[in-house]
Ligand binder design. Structure first.
Ligand code: ZN
Length: 142
């Protein structure tokens, strides 16, 4: 199956059909960044390598986005069609925290520390079809 069209292709790589987040890792001190950066704010080195941040994490903190965000948010929704969505910081195995949409927007189903896994969700529709972005969903293998 072909991989979906992504809003930010540089952030994702696939292992088979499983999406993984791609960040960068400092060649000098090992600090990991997502999204990728050109230099290290920890040791000021400028030699960085692509780094697989993985596809599983735990919910570190969250909120519900209850109104249409301002530009550059460009989902194509209007204040009338907007549907609230969850936003969270997800702590990855490396320890870094990734800000991400969540597939759950129900506060009774969100709990700090819950296991999550990366997925892709439709973000907007263009002339060529649907464009996807990444989100975390509750992990089936909890
Ligand atoms: Zn560094």
């Amino acid at each position: 199956m072909p991989h979906p069209v992504l809003a930010s292709p540089d952030l994702i790589r696939f292992e088979g059909d499983t999406p993984h987040l791609v960040g960068s890792r400092c060649d000098e001190c090992g600090e990991v960044y997502f999204p990728a950066t050109d230099s290290c704010t920890r040791c000021t080195a400028t030699r960085m390598s692509p780094h697989d941040v993985g596809h599983r994490g735990t919910l570190w903190s969250w909120t519900i986005q209850g109104f249409l965000p301002k530009a550059p948010y460009n989902s194509g929704e209007t204040p009338e069609t907007f549907r609230p969505y969850g936003v969270g910081y997800v702590e990855m195995a490396s320890g870094i925290k990734v800000e991400s949409r969540l597939t759950v927007a129900d506060e009774t189903q969100l709990q700090i520390g819950m296991p999550l896994e990366l997925t892709l969700i439709p973000y907007r529709t263009t002339g060529e079809g649907e464009v996807f972005t990444f989100a975390f969903r509750p992990s089936a293998s909890a």
